[in-house]
Design a protein around this ligand. Structure first.
Ligand code: CUA
Length: 331
């Protein structure tokens, strides 16, 4: 049984880490790479100490064990040993220096006081229970639960909170930093490969803390410019003018618009819903389809406990269908 158990456990953990998009050691940018190198260096030093100490422990326990011949032996009295004492003082100092120098250097090079070369853009991130708001400072564009950045460009995230402490974390791009109410923290991230990277809140902030997720879309510089121009232009004219769509639009205006903007340039208390039709998830946690959208509008707390959005249980099935139809056209 045991012979099977260990390979099984190993393969399960291997598969699980393979599917997990929140990997710390699969870095996609210089900030994360530097942090990964520090993690590997300190793990290496710890392994060295661990293996040395435990090997000595095992060897000495065996070598000086009690045997019938040594039962009455009294070992000679040893008072001080200069060589040994110097060795076990100097070795830890050297190890700590090897650990400290790159760590302090790295910390300073990542801190914001150091000016980075090249283009640098700024995005304000606001944490809410339980969603993320991203504002492009020079573009008047607001996104919820997703952010788009160009590749090979350092991006400064200004981190704020609207309610409690959250923590901004995109493992493949770098370490976490808190979003505190009443203050702004700055975090510079830099992606060197295009792709979609998962982000997550890393500070216990309430019932739906683990559901507070977001996506970072890293695209080429050209696609980014194209994207930002499209969004800044504002919403495309309504083309899907079916009766159900029109009804949904009216319902949205009378029920939802006080909390949710429907275009990228709009600011709102609740998540901006621009582009919801083309997202694969509702509120970053529920697969986006008509069935789930209707359920979400009726009772959001069944998906995200503690969410501030009230449920709209009074809407009829036809009305929910119309609303969902309208939302699916917000692209
Ligand atoms: Cu926000 Cu945990």
């Amino acid at each position: 049984m045991k012979r099977l158990l260990y390979p099984l456990l190993f393969s399960v953990s291997f598969i699980l880490t393979g599917c997990n998009s929140l990997q710390v050691l699969d870095t996609k940018g210089p900030v994360a790479k530097l942090q990964e190198n520090l993690i590997q260096l300190s793990t290496g030093i710890m392994l060295f100490v661990f293996i040395t100490v435990f090997s000595m422990f095992v060897i000495f326990t065996w070598k000086y064990r009690e045997t019938p011949q040594r039962r009455d032996m009294i070992p000679p009295y040893v008072k001080g040993n200069k060589k040994l004492e110097i060795a076990w003082t100097v070795i830890p100092i050297v190890l700590l220096l090897i650990l400290a120098v790159p760590t302090v250097q790295g910390t300073f090079s990542l801190s914001d006081s150091q000016k980075e070369q090249g283009e640098k853009m700024e995005i304000t991130v606001t944490g809410h229970q339980y969603w993320w708001e991203f504002e492009y400072n020079d573009q008047a564009i607001t996104l919820s639960n997703e952010v788009w950045i160009p590749v090979d460009t350092p991006v400064v995230f200004n981190l704020k909170s609207e309610d409690v402490i959250h923590s901004f974390w995109v493992p493949k791009l770098g370490g976490k930093k808190d979003l505190n109410p009443g203050g702004t923290n700055r975090l510079t991230l830099h992606a060197s490969e295009t792709g979609v990277y998962e982000g997550k809140c890393a500070e216990l902030c309430g019932a739906s803390h683990s559901l507070m997720r977001f996506k970072v879309h890293v695209v080429s510089k050209d696609s980014y410019d194209q994207w930002i121009n499209d969004k800044a232009k504002g919403p495309a004219p309504d083309t899907a003018a079916s009766a159900s769509y029109e009804k949904g639009k009216k319902l949205f205006t009378s029920n939802c618009l006080s909390c949710h903007a429907a275009d990228y340039t709009g600011n709102s208390d609740g998540p901006n819903l621009a582009g919801i039709g083309s997202k694969d998830m509702i509120a970053s946690v529920v697969p986006n389809n008509e069935q789930n959208m209707k359920k979400w509008i009726k009772d959001p707390k069944s998906f995200k406990p503690g969410a501030k959005m009230p449920g709209f249980k009074e809407l009829s099935d036809k009305e929910l269908e119309a609303l969902s139809n309208y939302l699916s056209h917000l692209e």
